[in-house]
Design a protein around this ligand. Structure first.
Ligand code: UDP
Ligand code: MG
Length: 137
């Protein structure tokens, strides 16, 4: 069994798409081990996306991620990291495959509805960023 971190981003929470996204997650066979709705300050969003700090979109991304409530969710399933990336689709919704979360619910390349860990190792780091072990079912 593998774990990955999903975040329902502020745009999708604001647009009331969280329920639809959670339904897609469950239909695809992921087990939800932990979930909460929180609003994070700029500094915390900056730390989460530290790997992108040299990229031109960093400050916009950090402001966006702290602009309203987010819903981090820990997902478990065989091949969870790759399968969640497949279900969310490409970073840019214009390039995302039909039926993917981003194709359905993202509004732009920046405001793209959801996050997904990009490797098993980063998944572990990102799960621990938002959740204590005691919060995971
Ligand atoms: N992002 C952006 N502009 C870009 C590339 C990325 O605003 O040109 C944002 C977008 O919200 C993306 C996040 O930065 O989801 C992290 O970028 P990454 O390349 O890791 O994309 P992801 O793994 O989320 O598909
Ligand atoms: Mg990424």
């Amino acid at each position: 069994m593998e774990r990955t971190l999903c975040i329902i981003k502020p745009d999708a929470v604001r647009n009331n798409n969280a329920g639809n996204i959670i339904a897609m997650i469950q239909k695809a066979g992921f087990k939800i081990l932990g979930m909460k709705q929180i609003t994070i300050p700029n500094a915390v969003a900056g730390k989460f996306y530290d790997v992108h700090k040299e990229r031109p979109f960093y400050s916009e991304l950090v402001s966006f991620m702290s602009s309203g409530p987010i819903i981090p969710i820990v997902l478990e399933k065989e091949n969870a990291v790759a399968d969640w990336r497949t279900l969310i689709g490409a970073t840019d919704p214009a390039e995302a495959v039909e039926g993917t979360v981003r194709r359905l619910y993202a509004t732009s390349k920046g405001e793209n509805a959801v996050h997904g860990s990009d490797s098993v190792e980063n998944g572990k780091i990102e799960v621990a960023f938002f959740f204590a072990d005691s919060e995971l079912a």
